[in-house]
Design a protein around this ligand. Structure first.
Ligand code: HEM
Length: 250
C-alpha cells in the first residue's frame, strides 16, 4: 500500500510526517466529548429511579437533552463520514480498509520481536476503527429512530405523529407520553419498531463501552511497546518515525 506524504522533515534520524489532518483530530476529540456526555446522560436515564429522579416531566426532559446532544454527535459523525471520501489520504476510508493478510504479517513481525511502524493505523487499528465506526453509525440510526418514535423528535417525529394522530386531530398537538388525540391501535403498530430500536441502541452502547475500553488499553500498550508517539499524534497530527514505514513507498 502507498500513501502521499503531505509533509516531512528530518531531525536526529527521525522523520516527521503530517498524518492526521485537522478534520480527523477535531472529529476524534469532539466525538470523545459527545460520546462521554451521551453515556453520562444515558446512564442517568437508565438509573433515574436509583438516583431519586421521578416524574414524567423529568424523564422526558432527560430524553430531550440526550437527543439534542445526540444531534451534535450525529452531525460530527456525518461530517467524518464525508471526510472519509474528501480528507487527506490517511483520513480516507480507502486507506483504512482492514486486511487479514496485513494483520497476519503484522502479528508475525511482532512475534519476531520487530516493531513495524505505520503512518496510518496499524493492521489491528484498522479493524478496531471499522468496528467502532460501524457501531457509532448503528447507535446514531437507532437513537434517531428511538427519538422519533418515543418523544416525536426529528427527523422521524413528524411522520410518526402524522401516522398516530386520530382522525381530525392536528398531529402538531400530539405530545410525548400523552395519549390525547392518539389513535391507540396505530400507536401499538409502531411499538415493535420503537422497542427494537431501543434494544439495539442500548446493547450497541454496552458493546461500544467495551470497545472504548479495549481501544484505550490498546493504544496505551502500542504506545509503550511498539509505536511511541501514536497518542500525541492525535493531538499534533504528526508522527515521528525512525526508519521505514510499512504503509509508505520509498
Ligand atoms: C455514542 C452515542 C450515544 C450513547 C453512548 C448513547 C447512550 C444511551 C443510553 C445509555 C441510553 C439509555 C437506554 C435506555 O434508557 O433504554 C440511551 C437512550 C436513548 N438515546 Fe442514546 N446514546 C447515544 C446516541 C444517541 C443519538 C445520536 C440519539 C438521537 C439523536 C440518541 C437518542 C436516544 C433516545 C431517544 C433514548 C431514549 C430511549 C428510551 O428510553 O426510550 N442517542 N442512549
Amino acid at each position: 500500500m502507498s500513501h502521499e506524504i503531505s509533509n516531512e522533515k528530518v531531525e536526529n534520524g527521525l522523520v516527521e510526517y503530517r498524518v492526521w489532518d485537522k478534520g480527523i483530530r477535531i472529529f476524534h476529540w469532539v466525538n470523545v466529548l459527545l460520546v462521554t456526555t451521551l453515556m453520562f446522560v444515558g446512564l442517568i436515564m437508565l438509573f433515574k429511579s436509583e438516583l431519586g429522579i421521578s416524574g414524567l416531566a423529568a424523564k422526558i426532559r432527560l430524553k430531550e437533552l440526550h437527543t439534542v446532544i445526540g444531534y451534535m454527535f450525529a452531525i460530527n459523525l456525518l461530517i467524518r463520514l464525508m471526510w472519509g471520501f474528501a480528507g487527506n489520504p490517511f483520513a480516507k476510508f480507502s486507506s483504512m480498509r482492514p486486511k487479514i493478510s496485513e494483520l497476519s504479517i503484522y502479528k508475525q513481525r511482532l512475534k519476531m520481536g520487530k516493531n513495524p511502524q505505520y503512518l496510518g493505523h496499524n493492521p489491528i487499528g484498522k479493524f478496531a476503527v471499522l468496528t467502532i465506526m460501524t457501531l457509532l453509525i448503528v447507535i446514531m440510526v437507532s437513537g434517531l429512530i428511538r427519538a422519533g418514535t418515543d418523544i416525536y423528535y426529528p427527523p422521524l417525529g413528524g411522520a410518526v405523529t402524522r401516522y398516530i394522530a386520530a382522525d381530525t386531530v392536528d398531529p402538531a398537538t400530539i405530545k410525548a407520553y400523552d395519549n390525547t388525540g392518539v389513535n391507540l391501535d396505530k400507536k401499538a403498530n409502531i411499538k415493535p419498531y420503537k422497542s427494537l430500536a431501543g434494544d439495539i441502541h442500548l446493547y450497541s452502547v454496552y458493546l461500544l463501552m467495551l470497545l472504548i475500553l479495549m481501544h484505550i488499553i490498546g493504544v496505551v500498550l502500542v504506545e509503550l511497546h511498539h509505536q511511541p508517539g501514536i497518542i500525541s499524534a492525535m493531538f499534533s497530527g504528526k508522527k515521528r518515525i525512525a526508519g521505514q514505514c510499512e504503509d509508505v513507498n520509498g
